[in-house]
Design a protein around this ligand. Structure first.
Ligand code: CTP
Length: 397
């Protein structure tokens, strides 16, 4: 959910400011870009050098960047840049000023300029947190649309035990992710995606594989997650990376893929089979490396199990989506596969098309439904193709 997002982290003067370094780490590992604003008083608790180094961006505090040169920090641009703003820790003082609409610091001016969702994680002593004015201010911010990440009960810097402790960094990130996911169309749905090639061993050194990069499958897993789904990604060997919010299962052979898929598929509402699973494997795998000899050699092949065919015969309400990559008579072959494997729809792409197919970052597909309805899409990034496919699944669900 945070992958590719611009996050503005605002740190105010609380003992809990040290936790902002962990928050930055978590944001960065989730794929976000982070810029940090600190108030003057926050600098007494953690240094700009620490937060600037972790966020890989200069830390901002003042309106003025270079007084002699007349250069200022533009809070309006920063507000536009941000996809979300997180104020953590937020002191009672900053919360009160936010509620009143004051703009006497760079942080507050940026808050007033921001059009993105704003998350506020309060941190203060128990009695300040429980004070009526703090409660009223937080209620007001919440009514205006800011999301409050409630403080936790626990030991406080004053020695008191009670509410007011800044939520732990992991809980703050979880609250943000849950909030961003709420209202997404695939929330509560489980989707399985397969990706990449399979490798069928010949001997301990060699295998039969194919040119699938896994890019399409990984883009589909990400698009399904962005639409709110709980995603299981079963992938053959690739060098693609998936976020840790995606449940990833690595497999190597068509048999591994079959075993993994049939174990998972009963629990799924939709399955997208974009893996290029081998149709044949060497009938016998040599224990030892095969040595060359004079003259030609041959490898006897045996059929692998057709995963999609099995699922088509055994499905219980799951939406089943197949892929057909063809070099000739594509539409006809794709329609046959759709029917033979009992799919809900099939995504056809021709590898003869410029910029489409294995290894490319783009693809040009035609979606063919059970009723033979065909939708042609133009050449697009695999990310956009993935979104089109997820939108089609939404029509079925
Ligand atoms: N597939 C599968 N199990 C296999 C092989 C393929 O589930 N053992 C799936 C692929 O993930 C894809 C679709 O089936 O969604 C492709 O159909 P398939 O008829 O196998 O196409 P090809 O592998 O290209 O084979 P053909 O030579 O028949 O075109």
């Amino acid at each position: 959910m945070l992958n590719g997002k611009n996050v503005l982290l605002c740190v105010t003067g609380s003992i809990a400011a040290y936790k902002s370094s962990f928050i930055i780490r978590l944001l960065i590992t989730s794929g976000a870009s982070v810029k940090v604003i600190m108030t003057e008083s926050a600098k007494g608790f953690i240094t700009p050098l620490t937060l600037g180094t972790l966020s890989k961006n200069p830390v901002l505090t003042d309106f003025i960047k270079d007084e002699d040169a007349g250069i200022w920090n533009n809070h309006v641009d920063l507000g536009i840049w941000a996809d979300l703003m997180l104020i953590a820790p937020a002191t009672a003082n900053t919360i009160a000023k936010m509620a009143k609409g004051e703009a006497d610091s760079f942080l507050l001016a940026t808050y007033l300029s921001a059009k993105c969702p704003v998350f506020v994680a309060p941190a203060m002593d128990r009695d300040m947190y429980l004070h009526g004015s703090t409660k009223d201010n937080l209620d007001l911010l919440s009514k205006r649309g800011d999301k409050i990440i409630e403080s936790q009960f626990g030991e406080l810097a004053s020695g008191l035990i009670g509410e007011g402790r800044l939520s732990e960094p992991e809980e703050i990130i979880d609250s943000i992710v849950n909030e961003l996911r709420s209202g997404k169309p695939l929330l509560g749905k489980r989707i399985m995606v397969t990706a990449g090639p399979t490798f069928e061993p010949i001997d301990p050194v060699r295998f039969i594989g194919n040119r699938s990069s896994g890019k399409m499958g990984f883009a589909l897993a990400e698009a399904a997650y962005q639409a709110g789904a709980e995603v299981t990604l079963i992938t053959g060997p690739t060098n693609q990376q998936a976020g840790d919010y995606i449940r990833r299962i690595d497999v190597e052979t068509a048999e591994d893929m079959y075993q993994s898929c049939i174990t998972q598929f009963q629990d799924m509402q939709a399955v997208i089979m974009s893996a290029a699973i081998a149709d044949y494997r060497p009938a016998n795998v040599s224990d030892q490396k095969i040595k060359k000899s004079e003259g030609p050699s041959s490898i006897e092949l045996a059929r692998t199990k057709d995963v999609l065919h099995y699922m088509g015969e055994n499905k219980m309400g799951q939406i089943l989506v197949g892929f057909a990559m063809e070099t000739e008579n594509g539409i006809e072959h794709a329609k046959n596969k759709l029917k033979k494997k009992n799919l809900d729809f099939i995504v056809y792409n021709s590898i003869n098309e410029e910029g489409a197919g294995f290894q490319h970052d783009t693809n040009r597909v035609t979606i063919i439904g059970k009723d033979n309805k065909m939708t042609n899409f133009e050449l697009k990034s695999k990310k956009e193709v993935a979104e089109d496919i997820i939108n089609e699944i939404l029509n079925y669900l």
